[in-house]
Design a protein around this ligand. Structure first.
Ligand code: NI
Length: 191
């Protein structure tokens, strides 16, 4: 049975705050996990008119393993290929700090303006067992910081808890509307 968007867990599920385990041997189960993550993300993507399923961490399908998938071309909704990163780690945060909108499959319809580094260096292992490194800038650097946060039990809203201006909700027309800070604070999912 193929994984779907129903397999994606969302806040307030406490598993999202859990630290994922490092992956040792790349077994068939680990390879299967990467395929389950991709199929859940694409199923979600197909159900969302105004958004693109850009990336996912394994904990988001309730598997506490250090694995993330990142879409190869997230500017093109028709390109459904992903790269798998096993045990991804940021080795260096660089550049300047920049603030931009960020969303998460585990925080439906909520966006936040999150401050991130503009450049990161990442090391990981591929599905073939070989280590590799990437340097990412701009939005891709943001994606890595967001996804590697997930492997450490962090969700993007944790970065904006004290910022009354930072929360937005996506409406049915695909527009982001600023949320009232007092409503955010009363929301058991966000707070
Ligand atoms: Ni996320």
């Amino acid at each position: 049975m193929s994984f779907t968007k129903e397999n994606i867990i969302a806040l307030p599920n406490p598993h999202l705050r859990q630290k994922s385990k490092r992956i040792g041997l790349i077994t068939n189960d680990i390879i299967q996990l990467s395929q389950d993550m991709i199929s859940a993300t694409l199923n979600w993507d197909h159900s969302r008119e105004h958004e693109v399923g850009v990336a996912l961490a394994a904990i988001q399908i309730d598997q506490a393993y250090k694995m993330i998938i990142v879409r190869n071309n997230y500017e093109d909704k028709n390109d459904e290929s992903f790269t798998v990163f096993i045990n991804p780690e940021i080795t260096k945060l660089e550049g300047t700090m920049s603030t931009d909108y960020e969303g998460c499959l585990s925080v439906p319809d909520i966006y936040g303006k999150v401050k991130r580094y503009s450049k990161v260096r990442v090391k990981a292992t591929g599905l073939d067992g070989k280590p590799f490194r990437v340097v990412a800038e701009g939005f891709l650097a943001r994606i890595f910081q967001h996804e590697i946060d997930h492997t450490n039990g962090l969700v993007f809203i944790d970065h904006i808890k004290d910022d009354p201006q930072a929360f937005y909700r996506l409406d049915e027309q695909g527009k982001l509307n600023k949320l009232d800070y007092n409503d955010v604070k009363k929301d058991p999912i966000l707070w």
